[in-house]
Design a protein around this ligand. Structure first.
Ligand code: SAM
Length: 327
């Protein structure tokens, strides 16, 4: 096998980078109302440092990169970083995960800089509920962001909806209708119990239950998508332009096929979203480690990637917040 792989022979070719721990929303399932203790300017990797690490990782076989956060678009000059990474020849998929609030403002610059596609997180189509879930956002901003992304062809635009019992599970049908009427590509995601939430009072709606609700709209036909190819399983309603995807981190985990590493905003290489195993790359980088030394650190860390997260066994995640590690 060429390229990076871990000790379970999983090929590793995908790096998700949290470019900032800051966010312009305070989603109820992601952050406490007061926000989280923010990292200092010193803690956060500079764009040059991120670029250096991506270049080294690319030489080892990473060819897919996603920028996330926190909210990546609150970091000043993000298109600059996009341009730097897009200039690395062997990166053939460069994408962004965003809440969409600032997307209308940046979509054209991001496209021009070489971004290929975006995923937009959106959990409700109701303005008042959007304010409640995000604690401070306006639905119209995200909808304008989605429109702008489509207009400049940052496609396929994938809409990620975290489905939560009693909070937005009554909108599954409305989102699915958007795949038929407006050609949206919607992915329904199971809510993961994080930040120490009690797994027994989880807001989980299983994909099985979601699919049951969707039966009233017709039969979902399996569908193969061209770009992305992550853990989602894709379907389409007959005649629909858009797709329906399902992501089952809780009821049917996909750790056996995990191909990811994460780079945290403060320069740690994190081996699993839901486990705390990390190695520091920032200090070696700042103390002048050579490319070969950085490669050695990445290869060694990758080999130690854990087999899987432990949600299915009832374990509760109590680690660093998603915004720091790149959810
Ligand atoms: N700010 C960006 C955004 O909103 O897309 C990127 C960071 S956000 C942490 C990344 C994704 O993690 C979002 O789609 C969010 O819905 C998802 N997420 C956060 N907490 C989650 C949870 N407990 N279960 C499932 N998904 C979660």
């Amino acid at each position: 096998m060429t390229g990076l792989s871990d000790s379970f022979q999983r090929p590793i070719n995908y790096l998700r980078i949290s470019v900032t721990d800051r966010c312009n929303l305070r989603c109820v399932y992601c952050m406490p109302p007061e926000g989280i203790k923010l990292m200092s300017h010193y803690d956060i990797l500079s764009y040059e440092e991120i670029y250096t690490l991506v270049k080294v990782a690319a030489e080892l076989g990473i060819n897919r990169v996603r920028l996330t956060g926190g909210e990546p678009l609150v970091r000043a000059g993000l298109p600059e970083l996009v341009r730097m990474i897009a200039g690395i020849d062997t990166i053939d998929d460069l994408s962004l995960t965003t809440n969409g609030i600032l997307l209308a403002q940046y979509a054209a610059d991001l496209k021009d800089a070489g971004l290929m596609r975006v995923n937009v997180s959106l959990d409700t189509l109701k303005p008042e509920r959007f304010r409640q879930i995000t604690r401070c956002g306006e639905l119209k901003d995200t909808l304008e962001g989605i429109k702008a992304a489509n207009e400049v062809d940052l496609t396929p635009v994938k809409i990620n909806m975290v489905v939560m019992a009693g909070i937005n599970d009554d909108e599954i049908i409305d989102f699915a209708r958007k795949t038929i009427d407006d050609g949206w590509n919607v992915r329904f995601i199971e809510h993961m119990p994080v930040n120490g939430e009690d797994i027994n009072v989880t807001r989980l709606v299983s994909v099985k239950e979601m699919r049951k609700q969707l039966e009233s709209l017709g039969i979902l036909e399996p569908f193969k998508i061209d770009k992305g190819g992550g853990p989602a399983k894709y379907f389409r309603f007959p005649g629909a332009k858009g797709t329906v995807g399902f992501i089952t981190p809780v009821t049917e985990h996909f750790c056996y096929a995990c191909n990811r590493l994460r780079l945290t905003a403060d320069g740690k290489l994190r081996l699993c979203l839901l486990r705390e195993d990390e190695i520091d790359l920032r200090e070696p980088l700042r103390s002048g480690a050579s490319v070969e030394e950085l490669k050695e650190l990445i290869v060694k860390a990758t080999a130690a990637k854990p087999k899987g997260h432990l949600l299915a066994e009832g374990s509760v995640h109590k680690g660093r917040p998603f915004s720091q590690v790149g959810g």
